[in-house]
Design a protein around this ligand. Structure first.
Ligand code: SAH
Length: 556
């Protein structure tokens, strides 16, 4: 619950906006602010105070006891310009809350916790359970002291500025060990526990069997990702409750599916009861992995433990045409999520300042496209979180297809769309894409000219607006005039043509001309050329393709 406290009329307005947006998460504390803050501090996990930071510091200072348990406190100033994370940035979630409140109220979030402000991922914000001396290791990371990462399990972690050796360590392990001095343990969700149970097996027995099996095998319960069983046991109270108490989801598989899984210890009892010779081992192994604990039994339950290989993550990220504010927030988040960045050097330059310290950058020059794609997939296969970047949309004449041609089912792939050049240019020119449109690349590097010409002809005959990508380079200068000549066979010489160079970049230029007047010498590889259809008009200096053709008929 988030307690909301305000003193002034302006504060109350902002407070009510939060309360209306989050009716189930917030509670308003009225009355004199001193009493309100004390009551909220005692009753809520978080506070948002629409008060001066000084006032809040004085009020909460006597109440503070431990940063692990104290509520997170955020202050919003009178004019609603800033949402300040004041206390409990990590443990109390105040940094995250400041961002959320900022988003909602249009206020700038102010976060001063060292790991956040330095762009490091806080060790307690990686989404993995963490044990040990988080404060000391975080400080070492910030101070640039050598911190070693020992990954016993492959897992797609965000970037961390780690060294090969160090007096501090971050250990990624599902083993049931205690952290050493100067060590932090991160618990990857790598274990799957398959469970079977007779009807009405008590939860204590099921849980006891699971915990006993993990303990004997030296595995941490905090690395359990899920319990798995057969569909017929999806509502078995002992299993459902065991999953709840472990705080993990219960996934189920059909008996037919489980019967296909190769297991070391099949038996007749489950075959008769639910139609598969194995429940515990088969459901633990259903998505692959290594069987660490073969079937163990108690009177009414069975269980088996599997370690799943960490799945790498490949994000294919479009950076947009150039301007920073045309880079989507999702693209930004993926760039900061990745520990390995693969891309063309000039695109890496475009976003280098956004990367977190410790990001491994694999940049290469023009060409080498296949190799970049292969590198990105190889790194993901090793279990890393990889971002493969491209300008505009990474799926448009870019890296997504060669990468996905290489990628197997053994990695997760996430695509982040970007503003492609045709759209960026369209917005600059006016509304040239108001009716059917097509993009055609004039590069005959990968495509025989006959194929390109056939497509240009088809677009010409079908009266479709065309955006030409890769229109002209030093060694490739006859293709654009040829393509325009084909379009001119079906369109008036006065048909509007938009030429946009470096859309949304500092040296952006754009020109509106016509099919007859276009000078190909003004076009290069930084340019897209958009040719209107027979209905496209220049209106007040803007290129406009109407939604239909009716106005043409009316004009006749
Ligand atoms: N993936 C990119 C396209 C790559 S092909 C995208 O979605 O935009 C490269 C061609 O795209 C260039 O030759 C040029 O024709 C066009 N292009 C890319 N960015 C551009 C920009 N900012 N302004 C104009 N044209 C651009």
């Amino acid at each position: 619950m988030i307690g909301l406290i305000s003193a002034t009329a302006a504060g109350a307005v902002a407070r009510d906006r939060l309360a209306a947006a989050w009716p189930d998460r917030t509670r308003v504390y009225d009355g004199p602010v001193g009493g309100a803050v004390r009551a909220a501090f005692a009753e809520c996990e978080q506070l948002v105070c629409f008060l001066a930071t000084g006032a809040v510091v004085r009020l909460v200072a006597p109440l503070l006891s431990d940063k692990k348990t104290d509520p997170g406190v955020v202050c919003v100033d009178e004019s609603g310009r800033f949402a300040v994370s004041l206390v409990g940035g990590h443990g109390g979630g105040a940094n995250e809350l400041a961002r959320e409140v900022g988003e909602l109220l249009g206020a700038e979030p102010v976060v001063t916790t060292a790991t956040d402000s330095a762009g490091l991922a806080g060790l307690d914000t990686l989404g993995l359970p963490v044990e040990g001396d988080v404060a000391a290791v975080s400080r070492a990371l910030l101070d640039g002291e050598p911190v070693a990462l020992r990954a016993e399990v492959a897992w797609p972690l965000p970037p961390l500025p780690v060294a090969a050796e160090g007096s501090y360590t971050i250990r990624l392990t599902d083993r049931a060990t205690d952290p050493a001095e100067h060590e932090v343990l991160l618990r990857p969700p790598s274990l799957v526990v398959g469970v079977g149970a007779s009807r009405n097996a008590p939860v204590d027995e099921v849980l006891g069997l699971i915990e006993g099996s993990l303990w004997e095998a030296g595995l941490s319960p905090r690395s359990v990702a899920e319990l798995a069983t057969v569909d017929a046991k999806a509502g078995e109270p002992g299993i459902v409750e065991a999953a709840e108490r472990l705080g993990v989801p219960l996934v189920t598989y059909s008996a037919e599916e489980l019967a296909q899984v190769d297991v070391p210890n099949p038996s007749d009892a489950p075959l008769a009861a639910v139609g598969t010779p194995s429940v515990a081992e088969a459901s633990a192994l259903a998505r692959g992995g290594e069987l660490l604990v073969p079937k163990r039994k108690s009177a009414m339950a069975t269980c088996a433990v599997v370690r799943r290989p960490g799945r790498g993550r490949l994000a294919v990220v479009g950076l947009g045409p150039g301007a920073r504010d045309l880079l989507t927030p999702r693209a930004k988040a993926e760039l900061r999520r990745a520990s390995v960045l693969v891309g063309l050097d000039q695109y890496v330059d475009q976003i280098r300042d956004l990367l977190r310290p410790g990001t491994r950058i694999l940049e290469s020059g023009l060409g080498a496209e296949e190799e970049r794609a292969r590198t990105a997939v190889e790194e993901a296969r090793k279990g890393h979180a990889v971002a493969l970047i491209g300008s505009g949309d990474a799926g448009v004449y870019a890296m997504a297809s060669p990468a996905l041609a290489e990628a197997g089912a053994d990695i997760d792939v996430v695509g982040v769309p970007g503003v492609t050049a045709a759209l960026a240019a369209g917005a600059i020119l006016g509304a040239p894409l108001g009716h059917d449109h097509v993009s055609i690349s004039l590069s005959d590097l990968h495509t025989p000219w006959e194929v390109i010409e056939r497509r240009v002809r088809a677009a010409a005959e079908a009266d479709i607006v065309v955006t030409f990508y890769n229109p002209r380079s030093r060694g490739r200068d006859w293709q654009l005039p040829k393509a325009l000549a084909i379009l001119a066979e079906h369109r008036e010489p006065t048909t509007p043509v938009g030429v946009v160079r470096n859309a949304s970049r500092p040296d952006e230029t754009s020109r509106l001309t016509t099919l007859a007047a276009l000078d190909p010498a003004t076009v290069d590889m930084m340019t897209v050329v958009t040719v209107g259809n027979t209905a496209t008009r220049e209106i007040a200096g803007r290129m406009v393709t109407p939604r239909g053709y009716r106005w043409q008929e009316e004009a006749r």
